[in-house]
Design a protein around this ligand. Structure first.
Ligand SMILES: [Fe+2]
Ligand SMILES: [Fe+2]
Length: 323
């Protein structure tokens, strides 16, 4: 058998096993054969997800020094650290697909990679920290719980821990808003304005409408995605409407009402032109977010150099001990 023929045989056997594992709803491990398109899609999705966790630290980190009490500062600091941890698990999962972490980070720093458009919006008031926790982390949970069963095993495993932590994040956001909405009229007003700002962008976190989301079909066929963008968005709306009622707040959406026939809440058309513009880099804070990330990366260069020098020296010492 020639070398090309042998390679073709390996690919055919690999594809057959891959198809079987997917049809059985089993999992693909990093050492398994997988189609290039599957590898590429996952590398893009997982690394974008990692970038979102890392960039997402910025709007909240800006509020650590201004949080209204020591307890609030401690909680917010822990949440921001959780997000850094999520970024790290996800970069580790992405690296198992064959692209180095250095390259993935470079894609972000050079503006070649996307991250969730929600993080290009500012956190203007303390109530925005509540709205981000409740609505942004809440939307993330709706999106991510089904990803715990994603066919690519390292991604699914990372998502299990991430989802547990996201539940805390959502609760702390809801609790901030609960305190404000049961405080002075000014505090309640601040909470209402925060959710007015985040309602639309949070609903857009599920991505474009199904008819406008050409890659979703393939991701569903590969058992990466389990529900469509619109299904997940609907699930989220159905969850947050009663929660908003419990807060004594409401959403600024005249079309938002219970539909008896469908057994779901109807909601208004979202501003997709704004969504596309933010994705293209024209959101309120796109350039500032990337600038900060580049500065943080440059400021951390000495830490990376010191860690690499230490690892090298330790490896040499360990080797000398073994010999
Ligand atoms: Fe997170
Ligand atoms: Fe979170």
């Amino acid at each position: 058998m020639t070398e090309t023929k042998a390679a073709q045989q390996v690919a055919a056997d690999g594809q057959a096993l891959f198809d079987q594992l997917i049809s059985e709803d089993s999992r693909i491990e990093p050492t398994d054969w997988m189609p290039e398109a599957y590898r590429k899609t996952l590398t893009r999705q997982i690394s974008q997800h990692a970038h979102s966790e890392i960039i997402g630290m910025q709007p909240e980190a800006n509020w650590i020094t201004r949080a209204p009490s020591l307890k609030r500062k401690a909680i917010l600091m822990a949440k921001v650290q959780d997000e850094a941890g999520h970024g790290l698990y996800l970069y580790s999962a992405a690296v198992t697909l064959g692209t180095s972490r250095d390259e993935l980070v470079l894609q972000l720093l050079e503006g070649r990679a996307k991250y969730s458009s929600i993080f290009n919006y500012p956190a203007r008031t303390w109530a925005d920290i509540g709205a981000i926790g409740w609505l942004v982390d809440g939307a993330a949970i709706c999106n991510q719980v089904p990803l715990c069963r994603a066919s690519y095993a390292p991604y699914g495993r990372a998502m299990v821990r991430i989802c547990k932590e996201e539940s805390f994040h959502q609760r702390q956001g809801w609790e901030i808003l609960y305190e404000l909405s049961h405080g002075t009229p000014e505090q309640k007003q601040m909470a209402q304005e925060a959710i007015n700002r985040f309602y639309g962008p949070a609903l857009q976190m599920f991505g474009p409408p199904d008819a406008d989301s050409p890659n979703s079909q393939q991701s569903m066929a590969w058992n990466i995605k389990r529900f469509s963008n619109d299904e997940l968005r609907q699930r989220f709306v159905d969850m947050i409407v009663p929660q908003a009622e419990a807060l004594g707040l409401s959403f600024e959406d005249p079309d938002l009402k219970w539909n008896e026939e469908r057994g779901h809440y109807d909601y208004g058309e979202l501003d997709w032109s704004e969504f596309k513009s933010v994705i293209k880099g024209n959101g309120p804070l796109n350039s500032q977010r990337l600038k900060r990330r580049r500065e943080a990366f440059d400021n951390g260069a000495w830490v990376r150099e010191a860690a690499a020098a230490y690892a090298k020296r330790k490896a040499a010492t360990d080797h000398a001990l073994v010999v």
